[in-house]
Ligand binder design. Structure first.
Ligand code: AKG
Length: 246
């Protein structure tokens, strides 16, 4: 949905994102005890109700994402009830009463934002929510202009209809799509001006390349689910559930 949000409100969301980031990273050194290193070497740090995911290679350190984030700033949280987003999301989730599952700020910083290989969001959520993960869908609000060279999302239209895609067994997290066994030939690159919103179900196969430009490509992701279900942050991650998936 191109330019769903206007330039002034998009800029205000960008400022909110930066103020949340500054607050969280200002506190991060005191919270270093609560660190998880994933099997792929990515470092996750719990700070004041959110998780900081650091860019794996960036020197000086740079934040890849924060999640959840909407409880940390009222203007981010207000988007859950914005009908421009909620109305189409009701159709995608297939439910009249929606709740939040999780939220995330992806920073994809100029020069250091790294690749996110082909994946579906579903396996990660399935490890936490089990079969309910099928009902989660995302509204991705672009806070900056998105171009193919600053890490635009590439999506495979219709790929969600085939269900869980085969996972890459040679990759340490077990969460990524095996692109050699999945048809990604119909992929399209989603370039869009700031304020645009991309809405997609958790089974859609997608990736994004590194940001090699001098322009940030920040986005705010709101993941909706039917109302009344537990949020991601309240669910334990159970890697053994991956054995249910192809
Ligand atoms: O922001 C990106 O480039 C990747 C987004 C994504 O695929 C995700 O957060 O699951």
């Amino acid at each position: 949905m191109p330019r769903l949000l206007g330039p002034v409100e998009t800029a205000a969301l960008g400022e909110a994102a930066e103020s949340v980031l500054a607050r969280v990273t200002g506190r991060a050194p005191a919270a270093r005890a609560d660190v998880t290193v994933w099997p792929d070497g990515h470092r996750l740090e719990r700070v004041d109700g959110t998780t900081v995911h650091w860019e794996p290679e960036a020197r000086p350190p740079a934040v890849r994402s924060l999640s959840p984030v909407t409880p940390l700033h009222p203007s981010l949280g207000a988007l859950w009830n914005d009908e421009r987003i909620a109305a189409p999301m009701r159709r995608i989730v297939g439910c009249e009463r929606l709740g939040g599952f999780t939220s995330k700020l992806n920073f994809k910083r100029a020069g250091v934002g790294s690749e996110f290989r082909w994946h579906q969001d579903h396996p990660f959520w399935y490890c936490c929510a089990g079969p309910s993960a099928r009902d989660v869908a995302t509204a991705m609000v672009f806070l900056d202009d998105v171009t193919s060279d600053n890490g635009a999302l590439e999506i495979v239209p219709g790929s969600h209809l085939a269900g869980p895609a085969p996972r890459d067994r040679s990759e340490p997290t077990g969460l990524l799509v095996d692109a050699a066994r999945t048809d990604v030939s119909g992929a399209v690159t989603v370039e869009a001006p700031a304020g645009s919103v991309l809405m997609f179900p958790g089974l859609l196969v997608h990736r994004s390349g590194p940001n090699r430009t001098d322009r940030d490509r920040r986005s705010l992701l709101l993941c909706f689910q039917p109302a009344g279900r537990p949020e991601l942050a309240d669910l334990p991650y159970r890697a053994e559930r991956l054995t249910d998936l192809p």
